[in-house]
Design a protein around this ligand. Structure first.
Ligand SMILES: Cc1ncc(COP(=O)(O)O)c(C=O)c1O
Length: 436
């Protein structure tokens, strides 16, 4: 067996040709990859100070986080809440999307981008994605608009901004609200402008895997004080008091409980001080992967169109199943390649294996029971047949993605090893296929 050489300075690592699944050594040694997020003394100090401060529910750290994130992102108003999903639901309420209203959502995203519509009795209407960007295809939006359409959820997937210029132009022309789902894309920008500053309001997540990480959490952002008040109605048991109300503990409308804990906000504040550095590391790791994988036959690498600042929250690679001769059994082949890569120690996975409209909640109309909200007399027809979303389907079947290898404190040595794993597997496909 050839001896492993580590030639990072001169060029890519070269490895023995025998894949781990055939008894060879792993490309990524155990223990090399470190977990996300790195925890610093500042994190510890701020969390302990919150604990000692005695206000563990929505408290001073929540209020400070709102100001600090608003300053960092360029928003007028921020309300910290307990998940990105909660923030999305608040966006629906803020935009006065109501019973039977239709909301346009990309067919490939995290389910919350669509289920937040169901939470507010609205009907998600899906639109296919663009193959190159993996974001909603603006050219397909117009055809999905009906007299019931109220808003577009513009998801900035995997760290890349959606085409906000095209989306805003359609929305202005057709009188629609624009909700940005920036849950994966803190710091992503288009022509120097950060996501979350384009639409009427936006949602960010701070759950553990996110670039801004506090275990769980969300941020509802808007520049419009009226939308802030409207979004807030869900936030605290519907206790949005009318100005002359004096009754305490009185619910004025339908509400949820979306407040965040001060302890987690303290962690988010500490992490926010390092967010720019973490994003820079993420981008550097992505650049190293791209450099090492460019030209490897059978891979379609992620990229950003001119003018877009991609944070590479998730570095997603598509296998070119046409070139590999596996278009007919793409999903099975992808799963074999994935197993071979994982055996090499590369921390890759399938992020979403289905277009959202193919998921059971939409297939079975399985939300509030008895077919609601689709059966509501105010709702129109919704067609979720997956044939309408061929790009989302192909993407679902052909991709693998990764997050931890991109994240601090992992640096170039991890990117080099993960790239070596991809090259090793793609250059020794015979060893993958004989295991069918
Ligand atoms: C695109 C997208 N939207 C919404 C969410 C929901 O965020 P959370 O898990 O904080 O509710 C996520 C994350 O998981 C996401 O990736």
């Amino acid at each position: 067996m050839a001896r492993e050489r580590f030639t990072r300075k001169r060029g890519p690592i070269t490895l023995p040709e025998t894949l781990d699944i055939r008894g060879g050594p792993k490309a990524v040694p155990d223990g090399l990859m470190r977990p996300w997020p790195p925890i610093s003394d500042l994190d510890r100090r701020m969390v302990l100070a919150s604990l000692d401060g005695g206000q563990h529910t929505y408290g001073p750290n929540c209020k400070a986080l709102e100001k600090e994130f608003a300053a960092w992102n360029g928003n007028r108003h921020v309300l910290v809440c307990n998940s990105g999903t909660a923030a999305l639901h608040m966006c629906l309420a803020a935009c006065a999307c109501g019973t039977g209203d239709e909301v346009i959502v990309p067919a490939y995203t995290w389910p919350s981008s669509a289920t937040c519509c169901l939470h507010h009795n609205c009907i998600p209407v899906f639109v296919d994605i663009d193959w190159a960007t993996m974001n909603i295809d603006p050219a397909a939006i117009e055809a999905a608009i009906t007299p019931r359409t109220r808003a577009i959820v513009a998801v900035h997937l995997h760290g890349l901004a959606a085409d906000m210029e095209a989306i805003l132009a359609i929305a202005r022309r057709r009188g629609l609200k624009v909700i940005e789902d920036g849950c994966q894309s803190h710091g992503a920008a288009l022509k120097g402008r950060k996501v979350g500053t384009f639409g009427d309001c936006a949602a960010f997540s701070t759950n553990q895997n996110k670039s801004l990480s506090s275990g769980e959490g969300g941020l509802f952002v808007t520049d419009d004080p009226a939308l802030l008040e409207q979004g807030k109605t869900l936030w605290y048991f519907g206790e949005n008091r009318v100005p002359d109300a004096s009754v305490e503990y009185h619910t004025y409308g339908m509400g949820w409980m979306y407040r965040q804990s001060d302890v987690l906000a303290a962690l988010a504040r500490a992490q926010l001080t390092r967010l720019d550095g973490h994003l820079a590391q993420q981008k550097a790791n992505a650049a190293r992967l791209t450099e090492r994988l460019t030209g490897v036959a059978g891979l379609v690498l992620p990229s950003a169109p001119p003018g877009y600042d991609h944070t590479y929250y998730n570095y997603t690679i598509r296998f070119d199943m046409d070139a590999l001769g596996h278009a007919a059994d793409a999903k099975a082949m992808r799963d074999k390649l994935l197993a071979a890569l994982r055996a090499e120690g590369a921390d890759v996975g399938v992020w979403q294996g289905w277009p959202v409209p193919e998921m059971t909640v939409f297939r079975a109309r399985n939300a509030y029971g008895k077919g609601c909200p689709w059966r509501c007399p105010y709702a129109g027809e919704a067609d979720y047949s997956v044939e309408q979303f061929p790009v989302a389907k192909r993407h679902s079947d052909w991709h693998v993605g990764m997050t931890t290898p991109l994240r601090s404190p992992n640096g170039p040595e991890v990117a080099e090893r993960v790239a070596a794993a991809f090259r090793k597997v793609l250059e020794n496909l015979d060893q993958v296929e004989v295991r069918v």
